[in-house]
Design a protein around this ligand. Structure first.
Ligand code: PBG
Ligand code: ZN
Length: 322
């Protein structure tokens, strides 16, 4: 026999030597949900281990995370005033910009802050844009998204993560940011975001479920891989710094294909439903949580993601899984 691949699997030392994929803390981003008020830590029922935080409790939780090496976070605002035109999404006193200012004042460049830029938590109808005749209007939404991004940048956000899936929003955002002098505020585009049932638990977390209809007229159809590539490359040409694929686990082929076509860093978003399924099965003792989580994270890296947004990262560092 000429080929014996098992030779390189003989013991742990040689297996470590030939491992093709390695993870590090530096790859991970931890999402947070901010709500109004003081002293709030409200656990989310469908996402065990994840809570709503008010600004003050967020500050202390982020500090705990920082000590463990979780130095990149993504912020979602929940519970600001809702309106048809999503005006509170770009007020500089709304939840996200004020949390960003507080965190930056305390941690400066030790903490890298990514903000979600989308209006669905700020609209009365829960859609990711301005609605007219039950249709989300692209160009008016792009204007609001760009303004919202600018507000976050002015507060001190390091990176903006638009998750709306409007056409042309990366170019519009980049132009507005550059025009205002925010040339170093990075954009991580949710470049290929699919209309996915895996967002289920998040809709509770972010209070953003559409009151009517679904998101299929702006988020992508899960049957389409070629279109996913086209979407991502458009965002690259519009000036995105990082391209994200979302959800992650059911879209490894999309990441892998994108990796063959771009030199930009690829991120993935291991979304709420993916997280909750693992947690639920682990709670019942049906799977080994640590092993399943680590296998999944390596799969993302193997598929081409060098940045992973995941609710699991706090467990991973607290329990020394990395
Ligand atoms: C909304 C938004 C969603 C997520 C992030 N931003 C839900 C949706 O599009 O319906 C999902 C994140 C998760 O499930 O963890 N713009
Ligand atoms: Zn949205």
């Amino acid at each position: 026999m000429v080929h014996r691949p098992r030779r390189l699997r003989k013991n742990p030392v040689v297996r470590e030597m030939v491992a093709e994929t390695r993870l590090s803390k530096d790859m991970f981003i931890y999402p947070y949900f901010i709500v109004p008020g003081k002293n709030v830590i409200h656990p989310l029922e469908a996402m065990p281990g994840i809570s709503h935080f008010s600004e003050d409790t967020l500050l202390s939780d982020v500090e705990k995370g920082l000590k463990l090496g979780v130095n990149k976070i993504m912020l979602f605002g929940v519970g600001d005033e809702k309106s048809e035109d999503a005006a509170s999404a770009y007020h500089d006193h709304s939840l996200v910009p004020s949390a960003v200012r507080l965190l930056k004042k305390n941690f400066g460049d030790d903490l890298y802050i990514v903000t979600d830029v989308c209006v669905c938590s700020y609209t009365t109808h829960g859609h990711c844009g301005i609605l007219k005749d039950d249709y989300v209007q692209n160009d008016p939404t792009v204007e609001v998204i760009a303004k919202m991004g600018l507000t976050h940048a002015q507060a001190g956000a390091d990176m903006l993560a638009p998750s709306d899936m409007m056409d042309g929003r990366i170019a519009a955002m980049r132009q507005l940011l550059d025009g205002q002098g925010f040339v170093n505020t990075a954009i991580m585009s949710h470049a290929t975001k699919f209309a996915s049932a895996y967002y289920g638990p998040f809709r509770e977390a972010a209070d953003c479920a559409p009151s009517k209809g679904d998101r299929k007229a702006y988020q992508m159809d899960f049957r389409n891989g070629n279109e996913a590539l086209r979407e991502a490359l458009l965002d690259e040409s519009e000036g995105a710094d990082v391209l994200m694929v979302k959800p992650a686990l059911a879209y490894l082929d999309v990441m892998h294909n994108l990796k063959q076509h771009t030199d930009l860093p690829i991120a993935c978003y291991n979304v709420s439903g993916e997280y909750s399924m693992v947690k639920a099965a682990a709670q019942r003792g049906w799977i080994d949580e640590q092993k399943v989580v680590m296998e999944t994270m390596h799969a993302f890296a193997r598929a081409g993601a060098s940045i992973i947004t995941t609710y699991h990262i706090r467990d991973m560092v607290e329990k020394n899984w990395l």
